[in-house]
Design a protein around this ligand. Structure first.
Ligand SMILES: Nc1nc2c(ncn2[C@@H]2O[C@H](COP(=O)(O)OP(=O)(O)OP(=O)(O)O)[C@@H](O)[C@H]2O)c(=O)[nH]1
Ligand SMILES: [Mg+2]
Length: 297
């Protein structure tokens, strides 16, 4: 039995969470076309006959504008410290820029084996992919290079097989049927946040957080009360929408996914609260689980 930890690292929107879900053949991480979707490290566990691979999805590394952004970068970079292998994901449809170089410099310092995963090749011609592979190989001494499509699953089986060569003879860290390591409440909040990411634009996706206020039973059905935090009154208006249309749609879409996750029908009640500047308030970020709380001995 081989086992090990693999960090998925890259810029926002590269497709890390899409790859995570494809590796596990299960949706455990939310995905959206908006940058900075993932805010925490998310562990996904894949156990095969001969190996256990623990993948760590991370927030995209970016130039931060607030305390939450700084913490997201920290989450991504700290994941590197505790793994055996790094998957460096690139959105192959985007030009290589300063931000990519910044990430590569961090990887170079880590001295860990790095796979380059050139993602979204379903959108490119073969010739373009060949050109990119040649130019990326000049930039860094990658241990392996894979053109992939995280969305279509192209080259993912080969990626998993090659990954096993970089693992150690090890122990099983998790029971073989466990797929992720976070509580159900976290994914419920994330699914609600995902719907807001899809349905709103501009500053809204970055300005919201979701918390569960209460879970209980009502007429035999599971009742979930969730609070959507926004930073300003005007954002509250946008989330409610004209005649409450937006909040209604968020509720309908989220309920469907949550029911799929839990395998039972639910009542979902959404509330909105303005928490001024929450992205810059350490205590709020701790309360929301974005910053770990240090427990003094
Ligand atoms: N065409 C295509 N689109 C993809 C592929 N992989 C991801 N995407 C799309 O790219 C967007 C971003 O995907 P995510 O998986 O959320 O990206 P991420 O790297 O996790 O982003 P952050 O969490 O913001 O760092 C979504 O719209 C995906 O559907 C792919 O292989 N092909
Ligand atoms: Mg993500």
């Amino acid at each position: 039995m081989k086992s090990g930890f693999i960090a998925l690292i890259g810029r926002p929107n590269a497709g890390k969470s899409t790859l995570m879900n494809n590796l596990l053949q299960q949706k455990i991480a939310i995905i959206s076309p908006k940058a900075q979707t993932t805010r925490n490290q998310i562990r996904g566990i894949l156990t095969t006959d001969d190996a256990q691979m623990i993948f760590i999805d991370t927030p995209g590394i970016h130039k931060p504008h607030h305390a939450l952004g700084q913490q997201m970068n920290k989450e991504a970079i700290s994941a590197i410290g505790s793994v055996d292998l790094i998957y460096y994901l690139i959105d192959a449809t985007q030009e290589f820029g300063k931000g990519d170089q910044f990430v590569l410099d961090i990887l170079a310092k880590s001295k860990l084996p790095v796979f380059l995963l050139l993602n979204k090749i379903d959108l490119l011609s073969r010739d373009k992919v060949m050109d990119l592979l040649l130019s990326y190989n000049k930039l860094f001494n990658f241990n392996e290079v894979f053109p992939i499509s995280a969305k279509d699953g192209f080259n993912i089986d080969e990626l998993i097989e090659t990954t096993k060569n970089y693992l150690h003879d090890g122990i099983m860290y998790y029971p073989k049927d466990q797929v992720c390591d976070y509580p159900e409440q976290f994914i419920i909040c994330e699914l609600i946040r995902e719907k807001i990411l899809y349905l709103t634009d501009e500053e809204i996706p970055h300005s919201i957080a979701v918390v569960i206020e209460r879970m209980g039973r009502k007429k035999g059905k599971l009742l979930i009360n969730a609070m959507i935090l926004v930073e300003r009154e005007s954002q509250k208006g946008i989330i409610i929408g004209k005649q409450g249309k937006m909040i209604k749609q968020i509720g309908i879409d989220a309920r469907k996914d949550i029911e799929g996750l839990l395998g039972e029908s639910i009542y979902l009640e959404l509330f909105i609260r303005v928490e001024k500047n929450w992205r810059n308030r350490t205590s709020k970020l701790q309360q929301l689980g974005y910053i770990p709380i240090d427990i003094e001995d």
